[in-house]
Ligand binder design. Structure first.
Ligand code: DON
Length: 586
């Protein structure tokens, strides 16, 4: 198919990526093959955790232990995932939450793949220009740290839907470990202590309710090794355990949230909470060198662009180029630019805007983009579409993966958005509220906290869900679940997950190697190839010579992945970029 004809398939206008002139052709004639699969043999550089039956990978060792125990008690992967999700709300309040939202991707042992969208929703009183200041400029304080920053939380509804449709144990049994941790206290680990020190003052200390939980009487935040009891959160968990999600959306907790909003100028009303629904959606599907790839559909952009980028990469022989080669990095970075350019224009909540899903994930469109990629020369982002540059900032979200003894698999990414969300705890609920409204585009062309720009499709509207990059992903080999993965990292989630897939399929890495390998990222704007430490200076020099604006910056992502071998063994890896995380199984 030609560029012109693939263009016509796109409803709603021209894809901006195609407005640039055609570059040097770089595609190969025969379809390049995948590398031989590796699960972690003795001679490998890094070794995954192994288990025979069930496995959990999460950012927090206590939460992982909760999940493994549920599996051992006979719960399935969905049961364990819900228990881990509740536990993280207590042990990892930077991102684990009841006051945020996210996505669950699941594939049953029998091969049914589905997803649950529990992304936050704008309250009914939200409006297009609500985050602009008097001069008409986007005001990130409003969208990040004010009571206006919060969307209607989805986590409690999402876990309840997952439990009802796919779980086997009663919700109360899955909440119990979290309830005990909140009531009896957790020992503050390094990760929480570090984040309380760095972000606590800035995000939490201005709010009396939050201070009362995370700061001691002397005004300092809890430190590593100290005991943190969360009584109010325990009470909220008990209410949900007894009354189900109605406690959160219609009962006492709804009163606390709406009361907090009313008192401090937020918009979430009781009716917004009562109107919230988690939604089961058909995952985005694609293929890559003979593997099937399933990931999160809109309102996440993750699945669409992972499939789109993989489709582009299929036209190049990455295995032959080799991991960490300037050519492989060049091709991947260029493909990423085109995808993120499309993201800014076409992606939004599918219940409000028509997302050209088929077109964006078509092999023909990908081929037309591949033909524009020049292995020797980077195309400046300004030639793809002009935009403003934005700095990166620190951030927090969390992902966990679960596989049970029968082979059911669950990948969950959920978040408050940035560390501790808006920093505001709703009344006496003990529940931190998200600042997910910042993921809307406050003003077309103005970057959000991740430097992502967006337009009309992602403008604020009542009851709309902000566009996300969260990408819980499952790769299937020969009809069987093979890789379960996902990561936090804001805009870098898409490229982190992409690299997990490419490292495993093209470079034949086992799951630990695929996790540990240094990462890189291009998001079109800013026009910058962000790389972690660990790549050869020779490679970086070659990339600079190709025209890439290379910047060595801090680490990206915190993936939590499980790979399943045909003989039934489970291999898992938590990301060495995080501390206190754990993959464990039995
Ligand atoms: O939904 C999104 O794309 C962002 N709110 C995710 C935030 C995130 O990953 C922060 N983490 N590191």
């Amino acid at each position: 198919m030609t560029i012109q004809s693939s263009l016509k398939r796109l409803s709603g206008g021209l894809l901006i990526s195609l407005l640039v002139s055609q570059g040097a052709l770089a595609t190969t004639a025969a379809a390049p093959a995948a590398a031989p699969v590796s699960y972690g043999v003795g001679t490998d550089t890094f070794h995954p955790v192994r288990a025979q039956h069930g496995m959990v990978a999460s950012v927090d060792a206590t939460a992982t232990a909760v999940g493994v125990k549920i599996l051992q008690q006979g719960g399935n992967a969905v049961d364990a995932a819900v228990a881990v999700g509740y536990a993280l709300a207590v042990t990892h309040p930077q991102a684990g939450n009841l006051g945020g939202g996210g996505f669950m991707l699941l594939r049953t042992a029998s091969g049914h793949t589905t997803s649950i969208d529990f992304r936050e929703m704008a309250p009914v009183r939200a409006s297009r220009n609500m985050f602009l200041d008097a001069a008409g400029n986007a005001d990130s304080k409003k969208s990040l740290t004010s009571p206006l920053a919060s969307g209607v939380p989805g986590t409690v509804a999402g876990f309840a839907l997952a439990n009802k449709e796919y779980g086997t144990l009663p919700l109360s049994q899955l909440i119990k470990p979290a309830l005990d941790l909140a009531r009896n206290g957790i020992v503050v680990n390094d990760s929480l202590a570090d984040d309380l020190t760095v972000y606590g003052k800035e995000v939490l200390s201005g709010h009396a309710n939050s201070r009362a939980i995370f700061f001691k009487a002397d005004g300092t935040p809890y430190r590593q090794g100290e005991k943190l009891v969360q009584r109010n959160l325990a009470h909220s968990l008990e209410l949900i355990s007894r009354q189900g999600p109605d406690a959160f959306y219609k009962g006492k907790i709804a009163d606390e949230i709406a009361g907090e909003m009313e008192q401090h100028g937020g918009l979430i009303a009781k009716s917004d909470l009562a109107n919230y629904r988690a939604i089961e959606r058909k995952p985005v599907g694609g293929t890559y060198r003979g593997y099937q790839v399933f990931s999160m559909p809109p309102p996440s952009s993750g699945g669409v662009h992972i499939v789109q980028i993989l489709n582009i990469l299929e036209n190049f022989d990455l295995a032959k180029m080799g991991f960490g080669s300037a050519d492989a990095m060049q091709v991947m970075a260029e493909a990423e630019k085109y995808a993120y350019a499309d993201r800014s224009q076409y992606l939004g909540d599918p219940d409000f805007v028509k997302v050209p899903l088929q077109a964006l994930t078509s092999k023909a469109y990908a081929k037309s983009l591949a033909q524009q990629i020049d292995v020797a020369k980077a195309r400046p982002s300004s030639e793809i579409k002009p935009g403003k540059l934005a700095p990166y900032e620190s951030d927090q979200t969390t992902h966990f993966s679960v596989v049970d003894k029968d082979g059911n698999a669950v990948a969950v990414t959920y978040t408050l958005n940035t560390n501790f969300g808006s920093g505001i705890v709703a009344g006496n609920s003990g529940i931190l509220l998200n600042n997910e409204m910042d993921d809307f585009s406050a003003k077309p062309g103005t970057p959000n906290v991740y430097g992502l720009v967006g337009g009309e499709a992602n403008a604020v509207q009542p009851y709309k869900r902000p566009l996300s990059s969260m990408s819980p992903t499952i790769v299937v080999k020969d009809g069987k679940t093979w890789l379960v993965t996902g990561s936090p990292g804001g805009s870098r989630i898409i490229t982190t997950v992409l690299q997990l897939v490419v490292n495993s399929i093209d470079f034949g890495m086992n799951v630990a190697e695929a996790t540990n390998a240094p990462r890189f990222h291009h998001q079109w704007l800013p026009d910058q190839l962000r790389v972690e430490k660990g790549f050869s200076p020779d490679t970086l020099k070659l990339l600079t010579e190709k025209g890439q604006n290379v910047k060595v910056m801090s680490t990206m992502g915190s993936s939590q992945s499980i790979m399943l071998a045909p003989n039934g063994m489970r291999y898992g890896a938590s990301d060495p970029r995080s501390i206190d995380d754990l993959t464990a199984g039995y």
